[in-house]
Design a binder for this molecule. Structure first.
Ligand code: EPZ
Length: 433
């Protein structure tokens, strides 16, 4: 097991390049299954969730070749398996995109119930509702979802909640269905648009992605394509919060400023200076950080995936801030860890009250999910003293070489291997204590 060791108090300065978007890549890679020819996907982030997707594709029989630093050639024409094994799929949430892609291509799919960050109840009823509306039958047994369909037909789908995953999955299943599918109350995140753009580059006919009504006219054939994944808006936002927390001065490159709008607006309110260019932003702090109120919401609202990072920044601001988490039931689990570093936060249901103390102290802490881990890194960078973060595998699911990028900006952060207590012999455990 590895951990990060951070000696806090150093300003971040210089330039950082943002990687491809995790939540786009984990949908685009399964979508390659729908193509009748090989595809080349560029700007693929090197993170464990993506590595799991690539492994699933090759275990199914696709030919997956790394042809450049972040570029993969995938030939789906040799796929001969339609089941995503439990052991592999349960490690991440996005395994359910294989349901939509396999159903859309082969009219059958067998995938384990998804895993992913423990953020509370993570149902998939809207995914199943969309598949059933197109004519698919499903059964749930032994932790596996089985989907079959005689034929997939276009239909009207109205989602009861705004859901990124179900919107993506409905698009994947509908691109080759017969006739017109209309998705209403669709999610509008940048990664929804990215998936639609990739599918259209293969010859699909999708209109309205990025609005709450998406129309998909089924096509017979999808050809190969070369496509670059969009930059990761949440990685960019995470670096914005890290620069602000250390009162640094950094140029963040390979971003789409439009995708960062709600994050930028909130950061400016807190006292962060942000200058926008075509594909980069300049972030610096030259004054006090001040309190703010944050409410998470579906895009274009403030993203829930930035909630723990901005809450951490607000512990350093003057005054009392209020953070309201409207998407997930349990997305304040990082607060206990921040309290160990001296944060003064009170959580009551969906609302966290943050008393800005202006300072944090280094401590041993644990990452409990991907973005909570990112928040603890930000806290460690700003804290006085040393912070050790365990369970960093959560962080490595969604951030491409975070410690290397931070070190290049002047942070004192090291990844240290820790023998796994559970696999050590008793005398080894005694020595390690
Ligand atoms: C995606 O999760 C992201 N994951 C999450 O990012 C992100 O927090 C979330 O969207 C919201 O933006 C990936 O893209 C891999 P949802 P997803 O379906 O698709 C309810 C990260 O940190 N819902 O938009 O699982 C659900 O309970 C991760 O990168 C249903 O009720 O989220 C939630 O309250 C964490 N029924 C709300 O909708 C369903 O069938 C939004 O969920 C599906 C969802």
């Amino acid at each position: 097991m590895d951990k990060f060791v951070i000696k806090g108090g150093r300003r971040l300065t210089g330039e950082v390049v943002i990687s491809g978007a995790k939540n786009a890549a984990v949908a685009i890679l399964p979508a390659v299954i729908l193509s009748d020819e090989p595809c080349v996907i560029e700007n693929v982030p090197s993170i464990s969730d993506v590595n799991i997707c690539l492994r699933i594709l090759s275990e199914m029989g696709a030919e997956v070749t790394n042809i450049g630093k972040d570029t993969y050639r995938i030939d789906p024409t040799t796929i001969n398996k339609f089941c995503v094994p439990y052991e592999t799929a349960r490690k991440m949430r996005a395994s359910y995109y294989f349901l939509g892609a396999l159903l859309g291509k082969f009219s059958k799919a067998r995938v384990s119930m998804p895993g992913g960050c423990p953020l509370g109840d993570r149902p998939i009823d809207q995914h199943l509702k969309a598949f059933a509306a197109m004519g698919a039958n499903y059964t749930l047994s032994q932790g596996m979802i089985d989907l079959t369909a005689e034929k997939l037909s276009g239909c009207q789908i109205f989602f009861d909640v705004v859901t990124v995953g179900a919107t993506m999955n409905a698009m994947l299943a509908a691109v080759k269905a017969e006739g017109l599918t209309v998705i209403e109350n669709a999610a509008k995140e940048p990664h929804i648009v990215d998936l639609a753009n990739f599918l259209n580059s293969m010859g699909a006919n999708i209109m309205g992605a990025g609005t709450d009504v998406i129309k998909i006219r089924g096509v017979e054939h999808l050809h190969g394509a070369t496509y670059a994944v969009i930059p990761d808006q949440i990685e960019a936002g995470t670096f914005m919060a890290a620069v602000a927390a250390t009162k640094g001065d950094v140029i963040i490159k390979n971003v789409i400023p439009k995708h960062l709008e709600s994050i930028t607006k909130k950061m400016e309110k807190i006292g962060v200076n942000i200058e926008q260019y075509d594909d980069s932003i300049h972030v610096w702090v030259d004054g006090p950080l001040v309190k703010a109120n944050v409410k998470t919401a579906p895009h274009p609202g403030f993203p829930t995936d930035m909630q723990s990072q901005i809450a951490t920044l607000l512990t350093l601001a003057e005054g009392t801030s209020i953070v309201t988490e409207n998407i997930w039931e349990q997305r304040f689990r990082y607060v206990d860890e921040l309290r160990r570093m001296g944060a003064d936060i009170t959580v009551n249901g969906k609302v966290a009250l943050i008393e800005g103390t202006g300072k944090l102290m280094g401590a041993p802490v644990k990452a409990c999910d991907l973005r909570a881990g990112a928040a603890l890194i930000i806290a460690g960078l700003a804290a006085s003293g040393v912070t050790e973060i365990e369970d960093i595998y959560h962080i490595e699911r969604g951030y491409d070489c975070m410690e290397g990028k931070l070190r290049a900006l002047g942070a004192d952060i090291e990844k240290v291997s820790v023998p796994d207590k559970h696999s050590m012999k008793p005398d080894e455990v005694k020595k390690a204590i």
